[in-house]
Design a protein around this ligand. Structure first.
Ligand code: PEP
Ligand code: NA
Ligand code: MN
Length: 604
């Protein structure tokens, strides 16, 4: 087939030459049956979802309007970090935490994979915008994909379609993002519900601001506006332009006096970002509104404060563990429908269910399509199963969520999942110490990425899988951001751990809505109204300094959750040392200085 005969290719609703020639080049390489330019309309959603139901990829839910269930191929359930590459021209610019390949070599390899890979399929062109469309400049991208699942997901997760093409104009800048599931169809060949390929590449060319993805249809591997653009490529843009692209939720905290504070918080995947973002405070008079649950772009405003914008328009949340107790606002968001559920379980009356959701279903279809009963011994939903739902449906969405100016951040929280050592809350002495806290952040591995769950790993700023360049340079960039600012206007930095356990493995802190007590202490710190002890690792409150009124947890447990155990921290030192040795030459000397200072404070 020659390019000229590919239907749709020449019906482009744009005169943008760079876009047109890229789309033509990709179509000629991948040889789809037709090209469709996505407009983002309701009719398009209807067409795509109908088609996916017909193909057996989607099951229409009976209990939630305009909502669908999808099960992936059992091999394609999470981000694949070992197949994720940063192809900078020089290897040192990718750094030790990224897989690297020479960009020309990678292009040669992937070009052969892409050759003919859309045969028998439709190639969709999705113009999208990360962040508000009226931002100056808007952060635009165009994803080419052969997956209808991706088109539907991008409808939820991004601003996309005709309005974006209009904003792009005839010569606007955009990030090209090429995606294929890598499963061409021969004439007459029956498709499978979840096409994908055993060979997977999730590739970034940070200098060219370009993304190539092959072989996976899943979430962060395939919805290229999310992790690939808004974190890996954007972090490289941010380094060059003096801002921060971070793996952070954004929340708005409103005090009983109606004073507003904006907080950004970085936790690794599946460590409760979404729950904190939508928190329902248990302490009277306090309210939380949500601005984002996964990604924050932060830049300095004219007043010298750091302002955050969420580039996304939807939530791609981990389903298991989400329920009316842990996250009622997420439940209210999905209940309104217009949502997509992947790898959860299906009830007999065509609703969704997952582990820890209310109800005791006696029979389900599990995420692998098998019969499930309570005595079955396996999870009905995959631990990394997801709901994908529009932010606009969140009942506590902050009205300013779509403001291109963003919101001024008063506090940055870092946190991970640690059974031991790390106290409930700990305030940094200053910005550089806070950067050290972020740089040494550690967490037990979750199901959000392939690999062994439970192992402790360093996850700097919760960005380990998402830093689009050299990790040491990234730390230096964080230090520089602090140096370039008026220190009094910088957000204060805190390190939290909701997951510390007692001797019998019980959680020492109840978490969820009770975390509002920690947020209140943080605000009291900002206002100069709360005390903290200077410990070796930072400023830590005693239980008396937290508002614990009405809390069921024994005070002794709270004491233990807050404890700074010098021996535990001495045992942590070699792990930090090992991590810094891994980072190697590019580690800023200021981070070594912080480690030396920590050792001295520990009397080591
Ligand atoms: C994903 O896993 O596909 C994803 C988008 O993100 P995360 O791991 O941060 O939840
Ligand atoms: Na490497
Ligand atoms: Mn995430």
């Amino acid at each position: 087939m020659t390019a000229l005969t590919i239907p749709g290719l020449d019906q482009a609703p744009t005169t943008h030459e760079r876009l047109l020639s890229w789309v033509r080049e990709v179509a000629e390489l991948t040889t789809p049956d037709q090209v469709v330019w996505c407009d983002g309309s309701q009719q398009e959603w209807q067409r795509m979802t109908d088609r996916l139901v017909e193909a057996g990829t989607f099951t229409r839910l009976a209990k939630k309007p305009n909502s669908f269930y999808a099960a992936s191929d059992p091999s394609d359930v999470a981000r694949v970090e070992e197949r994720t590459y940063i192809c900078s021209a020089e290897e040192k610019d990718a750094g030790v935490t990224n897989n690297w390949m020479d960009p020309n070599e990678m292009k040669a390899t992937m070009t052969e994979l892409y050759r003919g890979c859309m045969r028998g399929r439709t190639m969709y062109v999705i113009p999208f915008c990360m962040g508000p469309l009226d931002a100056e400049p808007p952060k635009l991208g165009v994803e080419i994909t052969d997956s209808e699942y991706v088109v539907v997901s991008m409808h939820i997760m991004t601003r996309m379609g005709a309005k974006v093409l209009e904003r792009l104009g005839a010569a606007g800048d955009f990030v090209p993002a090429l995606h294929s599931v890598g499963a061409p169809l021969e004439p007459g060949q029956q498709d499978v519900p979840w096409p994908c390929n055993d060979i997977k590449y999730i590739t970034h060319f940070p200098e060219e601001r370009m993304i190539w993805s092959f072989g996976s249809g899943y979430g962060g591997n395939a919805l290229l506006g999310k992790k690939c653009y808004s974190l890996r490529i954007a972090s490289a843009m941010a380094r060059d332009e003096g801002w921060l692209a971070e793996h952070m939720l954004i929340l708005k905290l409103i005090s009983p006096e109606e004073k507003v504070y904006y907080v950004a918080a970085a936790f690794p995947s599946a460590c409760g970002k979404t729950n904190l973002a939508m928190l329902q405070p248990t302490i009277p008079g306090w309210r939380v509104e949500t601005l984002g649950d996964d990604i924050a772009w932060m830049r300095f405003g004219e007043d010298g404060r750091l302002y955050a914008v969420n580039p996304e328009a939807g939530f791609f949340g981990v389903a298991p563990g989400t329920n009316w107790n842990t996250n009622p606002n997420a439940m209210r968001t999905i209940e309104q429908g217009n949502s997509l559920f992947t790898n959860v379980a299906l009830t007999d009356d065509a609703d969704v269910w997952w582990e820890d959701m209310e109800g005791e279903p006696q029979h389900l279809t599990d995420w692998k399509g098998r019969d499930w009963t309570p005595d079955n011994g396996e999870n009905a939903a995959h631990p990394n199963s997801r709901y994908c739902t529009p932010m606009s449906q969140c009942p506590i969405l902050a009205p300013e969520w779509d403001d291109p100016k963003g919101v001024p951040i008063s506090a940055i929280l870092f946190g991970g999942r640690r059974k031991t050592t790390v106290p409930l809350v700990n305030e940094a002495f200053d910005w550089q110490h806070g950067v050290f806290m972020g740089a040494t952040l550690s967490s037990e591995k979750t199901a959000a990425a392939a690999g062994k769950v439970g192992d402790v790993r360093r996850d700097p700023m919760a960005m380990l899988p998402f830093i689009g360049y050299n990790v040491g340079d990234y730390f230096q960039h964080w230090v520089n951001v602090g140096k370039s600012a008026d220190a009094a206007k910088l957000p204060r930095i805190f390190y939290v751990n909701w997951f510390r356990r007692g001797e019998d493995k019980r959680f020492l802190w109840p978490g969820f809505g009770e975390n509002s007590r920690v947020l209140k202490w943080i605000v009291d710190r900002l206002e100069g109204n709360a005390a903290a002890a200077d410990t070796a690792i930072g400023r830590v409150p005693t239980a008396d300094e937290l508002d614990l009124g009405g809390l069921d947890t024994p005070k002794a447990d709270v004491d233990e959750a807050l404890k700074v155990d010098v021996e535990e921290w001495k045992a942590e030192l070699p792990l930090i040392e090992e991590w810094f040795d891994t980072v190697g030459d590019s580690l800023p000397s200021s981070m070594r200085d912080e480690l030396v200072a920590l050792k001295q404070r520990l009397g080591h």
